[in-house]
Unconditional design. Structure first.
Length: 197
């Protein structure tokens, strides 16, 4: 996959080449993507307060409420209908796997605490089923990651790097940047491209 840097205004209004960022095919379809780009994405080590019991839980809740809110960047990307369908299917499968995993682990715990005999085998079977659902969840999360584009906003907040795009999209952005340069548009360093594996 490839990273490409574009002018943030172009990304926000969708003024990008009509080439799917995932599949690299020509597409008229667009997808609005909202992603957190500033502030703190999570609570970091504050999650350790869970181990402190009820007082830690209260502290974690307070930290979550008062922490700095994050900035979001909303961009419009060329995204083929097929790529969007694959992404939606993977998100639904991940949700199903999550529900199955949580249900299986809860039922396994209930079966494990039963005093009558025979429930240990049921608990073991449910636990194995829950582990299988966990593996499925991880596989679908990885698939969603491959069907998504990550956004990185630079310090000047004028440029956004689209990470994990198809090389054909990056090439189209580079060609558009060259054409703009030839026409005399003055935008420093448009369409910077870098490849990553």
């Amino acid at each position: 996959m490839t990273n490409v840097t574009v002018f943030v205004d172009d990304a926000v209004v969708g003024n990008l080449p009509a080439v799917c960022v995932i599949d690299g095919i020509v597409t008229p379809d667009r997808l609005v993507v909202r992603q957190q780009v500033g502030g703190r994405a999570g609570l970091g080590v504050a999650w350790l307060l869970i181990l402190a019991g009820p007082l830690g839980w209260l502290g974690l809740a307070v930290i979550a409420l008062v922490r700095q809110s994050a900035d979001y960047l909303i961009v419009t990307l060329p995204y083929s209908e097929n790529a969007q369908l694959r992404r939606v299917q993977a998100e639904r499968a991940r949700l199903r796997a999550t529900v199955v995993m949580v249900s299986a682990f809860i039922l396994a715990f209930v079966a494990f605490v039963q005093k009558s005999g025979g429930y240990d085998l049921v608990a073991l079977g449910l636990t194995a089923f829950g582990v299988g659902a966990l593996i499925s969840l991880v596989m679908h999360a990885i698939r969603i990651q491959h069907l998504s584009v990550q956004l990185r906003l630079d310090a000047s907040r004028r440029w956004v790097t689209l990470c994990g795009v198809d090389p054909a999209f990056a090439l189209a952005v580079g060609q558009r940047a060259s054409a703009r340069s030839a026409e005399g548009e003055n935008r420093a360093e448009p369409g910077r491209i870098s490849s990553v594996e």
